[in-house]
Every structure is written in structure tokens, then in C-alpha cells.
Ligand binder design. Structure first.
Ligand code: FE2
Length: 261
């Protein structure tokens, strides 16, 4: 494609269980098929030729009572075992990413265990320069109504990323929860407009693309300023979709979905 300066492969909501026992509660999430399907992705990389691979959360499907720590009270040994299995699965995924030979970035989602995730991927969330772009990833949370919000520490990182003196490069921002469009299912799937995240992005002039997950059907929209909001469909469900995003110097030029099945 003419003018393409960077290609990104976006995989999200993998909900993998490999060392972790069982599978996701929702039967369409094929947790135990994910390692084999990542191997299939690996075989397509030469053809797809991404420069960067991004995963926007729910890498694993850690049981809720392990993610929220409640199992630690009722079954400390079972909790510890699940955390160790989660760390083993994150290590498996990290080794898969490293074996691709590409740049890669990951952030956690609501089904990830923060302790095990950071043990394997490090304490710092992404803030990296790749191919002349700055990639900034955030760790957002769900409130008691399961609506997304950005915790104070992450708001500070967000504000810092948009400050004029740090914004000489175009940015891609990563967050698990969707920014646009606004999606409501049983609960709110998107960040509230009052969060100021979309306003901050649109006023910044430097964020050209926001990548999200969480909303398994996926979504895509582009505003009048040419900012692309892309929520890739969940990799854990058939037909195992991934999204390829092409960039020129300052914007997204093409978005293509591919499937394994
Ligand atoms: Fe999620």
C-alpha cells in the first residue's frame, strides 16, 4: 500500500486459559483454543507483516474470585495456585510475543490478575516510542455498577501525555474500555463522556488513534478530525478475528479485519 509507514496488528480479549484450569464462563469464549490459535497467528505474520503487535486487555480469563482476591479469604491455597497458573500463562504469552520478533505492547483488562500480569510484564504500563510514534497504555477500572473509569494515577499519566512539551510525536493510546462509540449492554461498556478522555484526546491534536477492547463485537469510528477509535473484535470467539491498522506519518490510512477460521 502506498504511503504506509507502519502496520499494527491488534489482538484483544484473548481470554486464554492454558495453565489455568477450565474455560471461561461464557461458552463462546474458547479459552483453551487460544494457544493453538496464537500459533496460527504466528504463521501468518510474514504475510501480514506488522511492525507492532498490541493486546488491549483480557489476555487471560482469570476467574473473578481470583481477580478480585475474594478466593484468598476462603481458599488461600487455591488462590495462590491460580495466581501461579496465571503467571505461567502470562509467561507463555510473553514468550509468544517475543518469538514474533516484532515490537509489542500489552495492557491488562478486567479479567487479568494485576499481580501476576505485572510480575511477568513489569510494573510500568506502556509509554514507548516506536517508528516515530508514541504509544501510551492505560490501566482503567470498573466501578460498582461495572462502568469504566480512569483512576487518578492514570488520569495524571493521561494529562502528562497530552502536555504540549511532550507532544512532538503523534500518539496511539491504548485502553481496555471503549471510548467511541458509546456502548451500553447490561452495563456501560464505554468510558463516560464526563471522564474528559475523549475531549482531551480531541483537543490534543496529537492522539491520532485510540485502541480498545472489552466490547467483543468490536467497533470502528473516525471523527471529523481524523482520529480513529478502533475496538477490535474479541480474539477468543470464532472466527478468531484480528485487526490490521496501517499508518502514514500522522494518521490511520487503512483498517482491515482478518480471521483465522
Ligand atoms: Fe473486558
Amino acid at each position: 500500500m502506498s504511503g504506509k509507514e507502519m502496520r499494527l496488528l491488534h489482538l484483544t480479549d484473548l481470554h486464554m486459559r492454558h495453565a489455568l484450569a477450565g474455560t471461561a464462563d461464557r461458552t463462546e469464549r474458547l479459552s483453551r483454543d487460544i494457544p493453538a490459535n496464537l500459533e496460527r497467528v504466528g504463521k501468518r505474520l510474514e504475510d501480514w507483516s506488522p511492525d507492532v503487535i498490541v493486546m488491549t486487555g483480557d489476555l487471560l480469563d482469570v476467574p473473578d474470585e481470583v481477580v478480585d482476591g475474594s478466593l484468598r479469604e476462603t481458599d488461600p491455597a487455591g488462590y495462590q495456585q491460580s495466581v501461579e497458573e496465571s503467571a505461567a500463562d502470562y509467561r507463555w504469552m510473553r514468550e509468544w510475543l517475543e518469538a514474533t520478533g516484532r515490537d509489542w505492547l500489552v495492557i491488562p483488562g478486567n479479567h487479568d490478575h494485576r499481580g501476576a500480569f505485572h510480575e511477568v510484564f513489569g510494573a510500568a504500563l506502556p509509554d514507548d516510542r516506536i517508528n516515530g510514534w508514541r504509544f501510551v497504555g492505560f490501566d482503567d477500572d470498573l466501578d460498582e455498577k461495572r462502568a469504566p473509569f480512569r483512576p487518578a494515577g492514570e488520569v495524571s499519566r493521561f494529562i502528562e501525555a497530552l502536555e504540549a512539551e511532550t507532544t512532538s510525536e503523534p500518539q496511539v493510546q491504548l485502553q481496555h474500555y471503549i471510548l467511541r462509540p458509546r456502548v451500553f449492554r447490561r452495563s456501560l461498556y464505554s468510558h463516560r463522556p464526563e471522564s474528559g478522555i475523549v475531549d482531551g484526546i480531541e483537543q490534543s491534536g496529537v492522539v491520532r488513534c485510540a485502541l480498545s477492547g472489552h466490547f467483543h463485537p468490536g467497533a470502528l469510528c473516525r471523527n471529523e478530525k481524523g482520529i480513529t477509535y478502533s475496538t477490535a473484535p474479541a480474539f477468543c470467539e470464532r472466527p478468531f478475528p484480528v485487526r490490521l491498522i496501517d499508518f502514514d506519518r500522522w494518521s490511520v490510512t487503512d483498517v482491515q479485519d482478518r480471521t483465522l477460521d
